[in-house]
Design a protein around this ligand. Sequence first.
Ligand SMILES: Cc1cc2nc3c(=O)[nH]c(=O)nc-3n(C[C@H](O)[C@H](O)[C@H](O)COP(=O)(O)O)c2cc1C
Length: 216
Amino acid sequence: MKILGLNGSPRLKGNSVQLLTEALRGANDAGAETELISLYGMNFKGCRSCFACKRKSPFYGKGCAMKDDFTGVMEKLLEADAWIFATPIYNGHMSSSMSALIERFYFSHHNYDAHERMVEKEYPSVLIYSMNGNPLFMEKMGIENSCKYDAFLFENAFGGCKYMVANATLQFDDYSKYHTAAVPLEKKLKYNAEHFPQDLQRAYEMGKELISRINL
Ligand SMILES: Cc1cc2nc3c(=O)[nH]c(=O)nc-3n(C[C@H](O)[C@H](O)[C@H](O)COP(=O)(O)O)c2cc1C
């Protein structure tokens, strides 16, 4: 069993990587081989709307026609048995590198003729989001709808998808060096100290549980 973990944050020691590492550790403890790939810094572009993946041609069903660093990532996704994606919330949505990958990977494996899977096997998945805002802010801004929609896309094209959100994450080691006066800092730090360890545990459990959803 192979689990591929994709990190959509540019920060290689940030919240996404910490949560993803725990989720992969859970999958590993449940017997899976794991790999973590960071997308930021790769040479890639988002979907160019060429529709080569939807043309009535022998290429139909064979994925995204654009060739760049994401080509190899998409091949690795198809070779794996399940996936864990971790991304920060940027302006209410997943990061641009994660979004560019999903645009191309989902769209080129999404069936426009019928609601049937185009991939040869099911790929269960976990999506892990982290964000500065607390749960109240997330609800007020409808950000969870964005996560739900991502999970719907994965369910639609690939297999069962579960997601989690870590709120009020830390952005800096020393908040006094940055303009963050609008953030009620003491409250946030308290929330983070109480909840982030639980979020790491939740990520671990979700990684472990992912293995039980693989149909080999
Ligand atoms: C460009 C940018 C946009 C952001 N937008 C939001 C946002 O819309 N809502 C929010 O709650 N946090 C936002 N954040 C904060 C990050 O989502 C949060 O700090 C996240 O945990 C960072 O993950 P990382 O440590 O893996 O990079 C933003 C951060 C950046 C850099």
